[in-house]
Design a protein around this ligand. Structure first.
Ligand code: AMP
Length: 395
């Protein structure tokens, strides 16, 4: 793996693709700077070596130039976090950018305007990538959140730096965390998949059946499995067209010696609301008019045991409708179990899709081994895909 530490950046300009796609409020202030914080180790390494940084990122989904999505709004936040004054240029390519990059001195930070103000960025345009490539000596990709996109700045640009390209510290950490689960994880390896739909997780399930010893299937997804096995699930969410697929997954798991754990009981409600009437029910005997919105107490206890006996844990997706207080208990209990297992030495990785929102909401993010910064990129990695942004550096 080409990492930052393979290079000495003294008197070099590092052209760094970061993911500074941060949320802004109506006054264009950054409301969550996690992504800027996450890039700090990479920027500090370059600056401490005696190099300079040219930072390129996208922000939001602009349609042409949109003032509200200018990276100038986040320049101050970058200064606060990195502790170095920034120079901002109002276009990521062109004369102004070239002039600023040429005159950049060691220890300085140049922030380029939003890459997506040019449609060539998302198209992966070669000529645009080449123009960007002129702005630095060494290309560093530290944007895991966009590593699954073959955009100009994330993938195409790498070919202009055949010898001088590497992963940033954050991207290297993400790759290492995924490898620790999918390749080198200490056994028993447990994956917990929750969330809404089997269809959005099926490729992950099929990929990880070769890598894990135990698989917990929770959330609404579980009901497709329960129904496929002949259970009565009332009005719970189900994907009728995935029933055969669910049975096939169960068969494959048996062949591969993977133990699948599905909730045995559920918190059921008479409508999709926090104020609904609530009961506890066996998972396969839910009356008509009622729907399962969380895993029940017996399931929680069973999942706790499985988590505590695992040495490597991957968690993606909530066990219930965690956005509503009355249906958040199994997700919270699971988070606590994972924190406890982590304290006892297990490696725990949380990520993919919206998992991070749940983990942050309940304050587990600092107490697991690693929380991924990439939603879609993490899901695609778990599906076993080689991400184009990673391949472009590795090849
Ligand atoms: P995903 O994006 O696939 O990880 O799904 C996350 C969503 O699944 C969350 O918004 C949860 O509210 C929802 N979810 C989890 N369990 C259930 C359930 N039993 N019924 C309906 N929605 C659920």
């Amino acid at each position: 793996m080409n990492t930052l530490n393979d290079f000495n950046f003294k008197n070099k300009k590092a052209l760094i693709r970061v993911d500074f796609n941060v949320p802004l409020n109506e006054n264009f202030q950054v409301t969550d700077a996690t992504r800027i914080q996450a890039a700090k180790p990479t920027l500090i390494k370059v600056l401490e070596d005696g190099g300079s940084c040219v930072l390129m990122s996208h922000l939001g989904r602009p349609n042409g130039i949109e003032e509200g999505l200018s990276l100038k709004h986040i320049a101050d936040k970058i200064e606060d976090i990195i502790g170095v004054e920034t120079i901002f240029v109002s276009d990521c390519v062109g004369e102004e950018a070239c002039f600023a990059a040429e005159n950049l001195k060691p220890g300085e930070l140049l922030v380029l305007e939003n890459l997506r103000f040019h449609e060539e960025e998302k198209k992966g345009d070669l000529a645009f990538a080449e123009k960007l490539s002129k702005l630095g000596d060494i290309y560093v990709n530290d944007a895991f959140g966009t590593a699954h996109r073959a955009h100009a700045s994330t993938t195409v640009i790498a070919q202009f730096f055949p010898e001088n390209k590497c992963f940033g510290a954050l991207l290297a950490q993400e790759i290492e965390a995924i490898d620790k689960v999918l390749k080198t994880g200490e056994k028993p390896v447990l994956a917990i998949l929750g969330g809404a739909k089997v269809s959005s997780k099926i490729t992950i399930i099929e990929n990880i059946l070769d890598k894990v010893d135990h698989l917990i299937i929770g959330g609404a997804m579980a009901f497709t499995f329960v129904k496929a096995k002949g259970g009565a699930i009332g009005n719970s969410l189900v994907e009728e067209e995935k029933l055969d697929l669910a049975l096939d997954v169960l068969r494959q798991a048996e062949e591969k010696n993977v133990t699948i754990h599905i909730p045995v009981d559920a918190i059921i409600a008479d409508n999709f609301s926090n104020d609904a009437n609530i009961q506890i029910s066996d998972i396969n005997n839910i009356p008509e008019g009622w729907m399962g919105l969380d895993a029940g107490p017996k399931s929680r206890e069973h999942f706790h045991k499985i988590v505590m006996q695992s040495k490597t844990i991957l968690w993606n997706g909530p066990l219930g409708v965690f956005e509503m207080e009355n249906f958040a208990n199994a997700t919270i209990a699971l988070g606590n179990s994972i924190v406890e297992a982590t304290k006892k030495g297990a490696f725990s990785l949380v990520g993919g899709g919206d998992s991070v929102a749940a983990v942050k909401q309940f304050g587990f993010d600092k107490r697991v081994s690693y929380v991924s910064t990439g939603g879609g990129a993490m899901l695609e990695s778990l599906e076993g895909k080689t991400l184009p942004g990673i391949a472009a550096i590795a090849e």
